[in-house]
Design a protein around this ligand. Structure first.
Ligand code: C2E
Ligand code: MG
Ligand code: MG
Ligand code: MG
Length: 284
């Protein structure tokens, strides 16, 4: 094995330690300690309305690992879910995002919404609504500025429980977004029973609009569906002017993607907000 990679001892060790199981165990051990070691942080990505105003920030977790640098949430969120570590991590995300909202307002940012991703394991946990209540109470966050993003999966398979939990959140004034919409085959008859406010079109459907005809027709359909259910449609992962123009022409309500801004650290958000308003005033 070592010879294939040049035969050095280093390569040989590399083969062993990078082998899947030890790597996973190492990552899991590190993940267990990441919160207490203060290695987690949140970035924030703007969400815009049709006029180009920033109306919300989506909190996206980042793990600054002492050896591996930034580890992508696509890598560690699944591991956090499997191990149950998502419960404390998710609560930390919610609390940190709510605290950040209050800090921004104190620093002069107009009250925009704060969107927080919630994983299936968190949402299906019995204590979820209590955790949300506790964080709201402890931080003083006004729940009407909070959006919780959940994916289709859980809702699909546990309809009764999902309706009950979503209903309780709605009573508190919290808005619900269905994230990655279109990837989970939600049945339409069920969708209208859910108290949701926003459908977030999965970014795979935004790619190569309008050239990709399949995506173009999916996007049209989802926007019409959303509007017939009285739900706003957001598009994520917008990278090009062409994608944006097509989405606008179809009546999409909210826009997010690298074309406007990547996720940025909290400290940059106020300056970015001011930049956007400046540009908007110059072009209108
Ligand atoms: P998501 O919630 O669907 O977030 C969108 C992802 O797309 C983010 O990746 C974002 O950085 C990326 N993105 C935004 N605009 C563009 C674009 O124009 N082009 C491309 N190619 N990508 C774009 P990120 O931050 O790596 O997060 C990946 C996923 O990890 C998220 O998908 C979400 O499912 C999960 N995640 C992130 N933070 C959290 C968290 O705090 N809690 C939970 N439970 N899940 C999280
Ligand atoms: Mg999301
Ligand atoms: Mg998504
Ligand atoms: Mg997602």
């Amino acid at each position: 094995v070592a010879k294939d990679k040049g035969g050095s001892c280093y390569q040989y060790y590399d083969q062993i330690t990078v082998d899947q199981i030890p790597e996973r165990m190492m990552l899991e051990n590190h993940l267990r300690k990441a919160l207490e070691r203060d290695e987690m942080l949140l970035y924030y990505q703007p969400l815009l309305d049709e006029k180009g105003t920033i109306i919300a920030a989506e909190a996206l977790i980042r793990w600054s690992h002492p050896m591996h640098g930034f580890v992508s949430p696509a890598q560690f969120i699944p591991l956090a879910e499997e191990t149950g570590l998502i419960i404390p991590i998710g609560e930390w995300v919610l609390r940190t995002a709510c605290m950040q909202h209050l800090i921004w307002v104190r620093e002069g940012l107009p009250k925009i919404q704060m969107s927080v991703n919630v994983s299936l394991r968190q949402f299906s946990n019995q204590d979820f609504v209590q955790v949300v209540d506790r964080v709201i109470e402890e931080t003083g966050m006004d729940p009407k500025y909070l959006i919780l993003e959940i994916t289709e999966g859980y809702v699909q398979h546990h309809m009764e429980h999902a309706i009950s939990v979503l209903g309780q959140l709605k009573e508190r004034g919290i808005q619900i977004a269905i994230d990655d919409f279109g990837t989970g085959y939600s049945s339409l008859s069920r969708l209208h029973k859910l108290p949701i406010h926003i459908l977030k079109l999965d970014q795979s459907f935004v790619r190569h609009l309008p050239t990709d005809e399949v995506n173009a027709s999916i996007v049209k359909t989802v926007i019409q569906l959303g509007h017939s259910l009285d739900v706003a449609v957001a598009a994520e992962g917008i990278e090009t002017e062409e994608e944006l123009q097509f989405l606008q022409s179809q009546g999409c309500d909210k826009f997010q993607g690298y074309l406007f801004s990547r996720p940025i650290p909290a400290a940059q958000f106020i300056a970015t907000f001011a930049d956007f308003n400046l540009k908007k005033n110059l072009t209108s």
